[in-house]
Design a protein around this ligand. Structure first.
Ligand code: HEC
Ligand code: HEC
Length: 396
């Protein structure tokens, strides 16, 4: 063997040895290595960061001044006030919590289990399934644009996102956790402690995570779920080619005083945020859902539900509080089957005066569905975290 070959061979084996040693070193240290994701320092799309590190909502509807008195169904109407001003770190931490099943009593259910980004932040079920396979009595609403809503739940029994989330978190039928156990779980996860310290820099390092911080960050995340860039929106801001003929025909039916959809599903949010009794049916055999009557102890609200936004409605079948309609076509057809046609005989509901008998043709119903599909926009869908501080798999 020549001298050159010897040098070559020994340097190759030396290199191999180094690689093996490096590999062994990594393997021996990997157990103690914990990956701590750095929270995002940028605002999500649709928000601009202020000098105070607050994410402020930005959208084209800001160019139109008032959400009120602009005519029902008007295109150039502003949006109601939104929950914004959260920091990028609060929003990002809320994202980890939203997907983390560690928030449930037995570590199997996250918010995203019933509000999955792949299903329009709903769950594709007629009514949701909670802890211990408990079947709930209502459908999971979409969370798109939820930061604009003043009433939450189908019956409007909560007014803030912070208040709302304590429902599912601490209900035995949903996430089946307790405030004490939730706080204990989060405080036992070192990575969460680091992350909360990062999101709340004014807080003493190493001090305990508190419930109000959990509520605030999940609220921050939910308020960042903005969908305002649909084909309809492009049309509304003046790009007329954005909608085709059928879709425009559908929009005109939607806004017409015959169909009256826009009276309640008022653009640009496609809800006027009021209660309305429309008399939609329960699935066979189920008793009437009293809706807002219960929380407000008001008989005139028997069977009343909050008018839902119709944004991304294409993605969130089945429809209505009961999930009773499988398709959009069936849902819009409900409105032309006669006022109160599905109300049980022994009930005397005060049906809203805009629910009547518009006698829409099949053609008009098909166009309404075409139009509803122009409200789809998922461009700002947030990323599902690849790993979670709890070490559990994101539940979606
Ligand atoms: C087991 C399924 C399930 C889980 C888990 C769940 N939700 Fe829901 N969510 C629902 C259902 C069903 C409703 C409607 C209930 C009602 O109106 O009575 C709802 C309603 C909401 C609403 C009201 C939306 C509106 O338009 O009024 C918000 C906001 C919400 N959930 C957020 C969350 C958050 C945040 C979490 C996690 C802390 C969560 N949900 C966990 C099923 C679930
Ligand atoms: C009087 C107010 C009112 C009018 C008018 C109205 N809606 Fe509704 N809409 C509601 C309410 C309230 C609900 C929820 C009812 C329920 O869950 O039982 C609803 C539900 C829906 C849903 C299902 C939403 C979901 O998330 O499941 C669709 C789709 C819909 N409406 C479309 C229309 C169309 C199209 C028209 C016109 C033909 C129309 N609505 C007219 C109040 C109204």
């Amino acid at each position: 063997m020549s001298k050159r070959n010897v040098i070559l061979k020994s340097s190759i084996s030396g290199l191999l040895l180094a690689v093996v040693l490096l590999f062994l070193y990594n393997a021996s240290t990997s157990e103690t290595y914990e990956y701590i994701p750095k929270l995002n320092t940028n605002c999500p799309p649709g928000f601009k960061k202020s000098a105070d590190n607050e994410c402020i909502a930005q959208n084209l509807y800001m160019q139109y001044d008032s959400p009120n008195n602009k005519g029902v169904g008007g295109l150039k109407t502003g949006l109601p006030e939104v929950r914004d001003g959260f920091s990028p770190q609060e929003i990002d931490l809320g994202r980890y919590l939203f997907f983390d099943p560690a928030l449930s009593g037995d570590g199997t259910i996250s918010c995203a289990t019933c509000h999955s980004p792949s299903k329009g932040f709903s769950d594709g079920l007629a009514t949701s399934i909670g802890a211990n396979n408990h079947k709930l009595t209502r459908a999971a609403p979409s969370l798109w644009n939820v930061g604009y809503l003043k009433k939450l739940f189908w019956d409007g029994r909560a007014t803030t996102l912070e208040e709302q989330m304590q429902g599912p978190l601490f209900s035995v039928e949903e996430m089946n956790n307790t405030p004490e156990n939730l706080i204990e779980t989060l405080n036992s996860i070192a990575t969460y402690k680091e992350m909360f310290a990062e999101a709340f820099p004014q807080k003493e390092k190493k001090s305990s995570i508190e419930l109000h911080e959990v509520y605030k960050t999940i609220t921050a995340f939910q308020s960042s779920l903005v969908s305002l860039n649909s084909k309809y929106d492009r049309y509304a801001h003046g790009y007329h080619q954005a909608l085709n003929e059928n879709e425009i025909a559908g929009m005109n039916v939607f806004r017409s005083f015959v169909a009256r959809c826009a009276e309640c599903h008022t653009p640009p949010l496609f809800t006027n945020q009021q209660f309305a009794v429309i008399g939609s049916p329960e699935p066979d055999g189920l008793p009437l859902d009293p809706g807002a009557q219960e929380p407000f102890h008001d008989k005139t609200l028997r069977g009343a539900f909050k008018v839902p936004s119709l944004r991304n409605i294409e993605k969130t079948a089945p429809y209505m509080h009961s999930g009773n309609f499988g398709t959009l076509r069936e849902t819009v057809e409900f409105y032309t089957k006669g006022r109160g046609h599905a109300v049980p005989e022994d009930e005397d509901l005060i049906i809203h005066w805009h629910i009547w008998d518009p006698q829409l043709s099949d053609y008009e119903l098909d166009r309404l569905v075409d139009f509803l599909k122009t409200l789809t926009d998922e461009t700002f869908t947030p990323k599902i975290p690849e790993t979670l501080p709890s070490g559990l798999k994101p539940s979606v």
